[in-house]
Design a protein around this ligand. Structure first.
Ligand code: SF4
Length: 150
């Protein structure tokens, strides 16, 4: 049984402006802290292992620089953004492009729930870092299920 997230409302699903057989999961591009690495690994876990075919990703830098193909893709698929810090670069850029955000994951909120844990470095995750990846990937997967299996 999948919990219904408050931000994946019937209104969102009705208003979604494209085919919902696939969701775009977009990590921020943070590279200086472990948060960015956790964001990216969680996204790859979903796109490559947990929901292949139902979840894909795009490069945030292409969206920021106005790449036409990337903008079209974002506008025509439900999106899940995964941000490493409160600047919320992924979420803001999807919204500025006109994309629909089904879920905005805030990695820093997940990490706060593990007070005292050592997650690794910007280039390498510890076991606790990989546990955080799994936790975030599960959260994303629940929303992908809700959107594509509605
Ligand atoms: S959300 Fe934070 S960590 Fe991610 S790219 Fe933006 S400033 Fe960097």
């Amino acid at each position: 049984m999948i919990d219904v997230r408050p931000d994946v409302t019937e209104e969102f699903l009705m208003a979604s402006n494209g085919p919902t057989d696939q969701v775009l999961v977009i990590p921020c591009s943070g590279i200086g802290k472990v948060h960015g690495l956790i964001s990216r690994e969680a996204v790859y876990r979903v796109t490559d292992a947990l929901m292949p075919g139902h979840a894909d990703t795009v490069c945030l830098a292409l969206l920021v620089t106005g790449d036409a193909e990337t903008r079209e893709k974002v506008r025509h698929h439900p999106c899940i953004t995964v941000d490493g810090c409160p600047k919320l670069c992924a979420r803001k850029n999807v919204e500025m492009t006109g994309g629909e955000v089904a879920l905005g994951v805030r990695v820093y909120d997940t990490l706060k729930r593990h007070r005292g844990a050592q997650f690794g470095s910007p280039t390498s995750l510890s076991d606790q870092g990989w546990q955080a990846v799994e936790e975030i990937a599960e959260e994303i997967t629940q929303t992908v299920h809700q959107v594509v299996l509605k």
